[in-house]
Ligand binder design. Sequence first.
Ligand code: PBG
Length: 330
Amino acid sequence: MTASYPALRMRRGRSSPWMRDMLAENRLHPSDFILPLFICEGSGCEEPIGSLPGVSRWSIDRITAKAKEAASLGIPCIALFPNTPSELRTEDAREALNPDNLICRATKAIKDAVPEIGVLTDVALDPYTAHGHDGIVDETGWVINDDTVSILVDQAVVQAEAGADIIAPSDMMDGRVAAIRSALEEGGHHNVAIMAYAAKYASAFYGPFREAVGSLGRLKGDKRGYQMNPANIEEALREVELDLAEGADFVMVKPGLPYLDVVRHVKDAFGVPTFVYQVSGEYAMIEASAAAGAGDRNALILETLMAFKRAGATGVLTYHALDAARLIQS
Ligand code: PBG
């Protein structure tokens, strides 16, 4: 039984900045963030992404500076996404297995120039397929699970050989985590971790990302045959359980803000490092509301990121990582 008013006045705890600071239950720190970066071919290139104001694709010679900037702000890790040139996108996504592809060259360049930052690479075929799906498709448009998994395994090994520290399968095929883990072990990549996109929903918030990696105009149909139904949470817990049983080191929930309940459930049920991806459409939503005068941009950024901490997230992939780290430090 607690005291009641007037002995108890909750506002005492809010009565000064130092008091509020002392009583904060959660804090944001630059080490909470992973910065996603988009890569393009060419040199000296910056290609702004229309639906993601403030976010660009960078050529490899310029992306190392972004990685350096992130490291100097205390951000521990970056996530790389390539925009593969059109002529290299095929039905079988073979460019994903090219050890000299864009993401592998970028990974090497970053590990050489900024060895202190972690590099996470995405395993899925959508930046490499002519049709924009995360796997290879049959004549009906169905993404073929097991054939896709065997390509994903080779893709993961190629990325690990290029120096990736964390392999993040975002494809939602069944059985891919176990297959990737055993190939990494066989290849001697014992310390390469797997962050499984375990509970990844078929979301309307991925649009700007698809523009950024160049799959938007290509995608036929939708991804509901492999990504999860937004109505479900028990299924999310099963997905997480399976990925952990298959050898995932960390799990991810994606998108972020509309799925905070999933983050909390996963954290409580498994107690494993649980990351959340504040996806491109969420970034665009925050930028649009700030631009429309709905709220102070900096405050909107920090408040939404704090929500993930409150929900129990270990860390957040966010396009606002540089802004947020700067705001926290200032
Ligand atoms: C694709 C992939 C997607 C994202 C990360 N990896 C999009 C999709 O599944 O279509 C979305 C990230 C974002 O929207 O910021 N494998």
